[in-house]
Design a protein around this ligand. Sequence first.
Ligand code: PMP
Length: 355
Amino acid sequence: MYESYWRKIGNMCDITFNGYESLSYFANGKSLCWFLESKLEEEIRRLHNVVGNAIVDDYYVVIGNGSSQLIMAALYALSPTNQPHPINIVAAAPFYSSYPEMADFERSELHKWAGDARNYDKDEPYIEFITSPNNPDGVIREPVVNGIQGKLIHDLAYYWPQYTAITSPANHDVMLFTVSKCTGHAGSRIGWALVKDKEVGRKMIKFMEVSTIGVSKEAQLRAAKILGVISDSCVNPTLDNFFEYSQSLLTDRWQRLRQVVKANDLYVLQKYPLQYCLFTKKFYETHPAFAWLMCKGSEEDCEKLLKGHKLQTRGGEKFGSYSRNVRISMLGKDEDFNIFLQRLEAIIQELPDGN
Ligand code: PMP
């Protein structure tokens, strides 16, 4: 979706490497994270300061191959090693569908998936994922278990101004971000964690060391360049502000989707609050990266129903929810989104009572 912005930017993000550069596993910075390029660390801290979505002072930055790898690293780092049983991992349903898989993929003795956080009633240690705004339903979230034995991972992949109002700088113990959702450069595979506790940071870095001995220097330096351009675009009025641009793209897509859905009685979309954004200094309604659609009154499998009309969605069951819900990506290319809307509209017009 953001391709048009990056095309407009032209060659500002170009970057070249000579054959003799970036050969080492090590970065030259002074970071606890020994493979983190100092330029990237600097741009990450600058962007958070410009946007105001997270506190960075007194936080360690840990870089990962996407925030996916950092989710695994955080699970490793937060799991106690002195317990007879694996620690329980929970998230409130509907939750990001990769969490259960990540928790259990290696059948680790450290942690295990324990399902919907709302049903968690064990008097045992646990780790809770708080995804805010949430994937798949875009809701702003807080922890739900609130037990004293809990450790929290705040997955803030979508806490950027194009998706939701920035209401305060986040200052949680472990916060995860990714360029995939911030800038659209999912293919660069760069994510980062802001970690308050040095020991937790150290363990996450150890995980990264054992799994991939760090993160590609080329990807890090490209990400540094891109994040730098975004920060510049926010402070330099001669540049097209990235977040304002992407806000208007998402606002337009959401308006068009709501219009199509409103024209009938069959589908319902989640509603979102209008909140004051400290970054834009305007009120802004959440415009999530995904639409969470409910096929009303239907016992049918909504994913199957839409697939029958050549619409690719993800069924609610994959997110620990019901098959009457589906998740629709709002971030695809323009032409794909347009075709999606046309097909959705066509289903509605096919309805026998013309409703
Ligand atoms: N967390 C959430 C909530 C996500 O939606 C995603 C991507 N779908 C990720 C983490 C992982 O993103 P990446 O590995 O591309 O950084």
